[in-house]
Every structure is written in structure tokens, then in C-alpha cells.
Write a protein that binds this ligand. Structure first.
Ligand SMILES: C[S@@+](CC[C@H](N)C(=O)[O-])C[C@H]1O[C@@H](n2cnc3c(N)ncnc32)[C@H](O)[C@@H]1O
Length: 230
């Protein structure tokens, strides 16, 4: 009985691709320490985190969501029956695989991802192909503020996991396309508490059409629901 139920996370090639990529990311988790000198010099020059740690400086780093977050993202998308999902910050495609697996298991649809680094974009496409999910994903190469200009209406779910200064601009860009009841998840709320304060204030204030709470999953996941217009 259970075998006939759709769950791509437990079936190959998606399962084995995710396992391989998470293992590779775990092996490289301390690689960011190589950026310490650059970080210290940047801070002494009074630069912000985003000015120092640019996408180009991080082009060889996975920096993915955790397996626990991945399963949560998948469950939210399955609960919503999501068929239209947008992601800001694709990197090597780990989070995209969870989203695409859910879209596939929901009966079809599309994940629109975006990645500014060309080499990361190419690797994400290869991983998505390897996982058998290429038919459910469109990863756009370029700056999210441009590549996400053109989004179909009625977006069910958004995952925000790109550079922190763009969380709020990207949310505002996508707002007109969100269907009532859409869920927006945003990562790293604890890691970048100060940088993400404007984002968290915006979704939690009750003035901007969202109800929202910070979940204690991994680095802090902001879970926001787009409310119906009155
Ligand atoms: C934390 S990583 C994403 C990890 C990914 N969600 C995962 O779980 O595998 C953030 C990514 O956002 C990308 N990024 C940063 N600024 C961007 C922008 N303006 N437009 C598109 N992508 C951007 C970076 O190159 C980086 O790969």
C-alpha cells in the first residue's frame, strides 16, 4: 500500500541525489573559514556583511538548508497542494529539489528558482537533472530583482534564502502574485537577526497583509501566511 503513495523524497533518483548533496555540503561545512581574513579586513573598513561576503566570494559554497528544513519545506508544499512555487537563492539546488519533489508529488507544476552566480546555476541544473526533476523547475540566472519580475499569478509558496539585504525587496516584488493563504518561508532569521529585523518587522507587524511567526528550525525559519483581502 505505502509503496503506491507518492513521496519522491523516499524514491530514487531524488532520494539518492539529496543524500549525496547533503553529505558533500557537510564535508565542506568549515570551508567558509577561508573567508575569515576577507571578513576581518572588510569589517575594519566598515563594510556590511553583504558587501564583504558577495555571491562571487561564495560561489564554491553550498550553504544549503538543513535536511530537517528540507523535509519541512516539502511538508508545507504538500499540505498546500502547491503547484506554483518561487525560490530566491538556489545555490547548488538542494532546497530546489525539496520544492520540486513536492510539486511533482502534488500532481505537477513549477518551481521558479533564481541564482546570480553562473557556475552555481549550472551545477543546480545538473543536480536537478540527476534527481529526475528537471520537468518541474525553471532556475533563472541573474539578479532576483530582475529575474523574478515576470512571475505567473497565484503563487502558492515562496522560499527566501538569498542575500539578506534583498529579503524585503524580493518579498515586496512577489507580493502581488501571492494567492491568499500562500506561505512564505525565510531562512536564517537567528543567524542574521539584525540584518533581517526589517523583514521580520514587516511580516509580523499585522499591517502588511501577513500573519507570521519565527519557527525554531535550524537557523530560524520565518513562516508567514498571506492573508485574504477584507
Ligand atoms: C544561502 S544560498 C541558497 C541555498 C539554497 N537555498 C539551498 O538550500 O541549497 C544563497 C544563494 O543566493 C544567491 N544570491 C545572492 N544574491 C542573489 C541575487 N541578487 N539574485 C539571485 N541569487 C542571489 C547566492 O549566490 C547564493 O547561492
Amino acid at each position: 500500500m505505502a509503496d503506491s503513495l507518492s513521496n519522491s523524497l523516499r524514491s530514487d533518483p531524488t532520494r539518492s541525489t539529496l543524500e549525496r548533496l547533503h553529505a558533500a555540503a557537510r564535508r565542506e561545512r568549515f570551508k567558509f573559514l577561508t573567508l575569515a581574513p576577507r571578513f576581518i579586513v572588510g569589517k575594519l573598513q566598515g563594510k556590511s556583511f553583504s558587501q564583504i561576503v558577495t555571491p562571487a566570494a561564495m560561489k564554491d559554497f553550498f550553504i544549503p538548508i538543513s535536511p530537517e528544513q528540507g523535509r519541512f519545506v516539502y511538508l508545507v508544499a504538500r499540505t498546500l497542494g502547491a503547484r506554483n512555487i518561487v525560490e530566491f537563492g538556489t545555490s547548488f539546488g538542494i532546497s530546489t529539489l525539496y520544492l520540486a519533489a513536492a510539486v511533482k508529488d502534488n500532481g505537477g507544476g513549477q518551481v521558479i528558482g533564481t541564482e546570480i552566480e553562473a557556475s552555481k546555476h549550472a551545477r543546480a541544473l545538473a543536480h536537478i537533472e540527476e534527481a529526475g526533476l528537471a520537468g518541474f523547475v525553471d532556475v533563472r540566472l541573474g539578479d532576483a530583482l530582475e529575474t523574478l519580475q515576470n512571475i505567473p499569478d497565484s503563487v502558492d509558496m515562496v522560499l527566501i534564502d538569498g542575500w539578506k539585504d534583498l529579503y524585503l525587496p524580493v518579498l515586496k516584488l512577489l507580493e502581488p502574485s501571492l494567492r491568499p493563504g500562500a506561505v512564505v518561508l525565510a531562512d536564517n532569521i537567528f543567524t542574521f537577526k539584525r540584518d533581517l529585523e526589517p523583514y521580520v518587522d514587516y511580516v509580523q507587524s499585522g499591517r502588511n497583509g501577513f500573519e507570521s511567526t519565527t519557527l525554531e528550525i535550524s537557523d530560524g525559519f520565518e513562516y508567514s501566511v498571506r492573508l485574504n483581502p477584507l
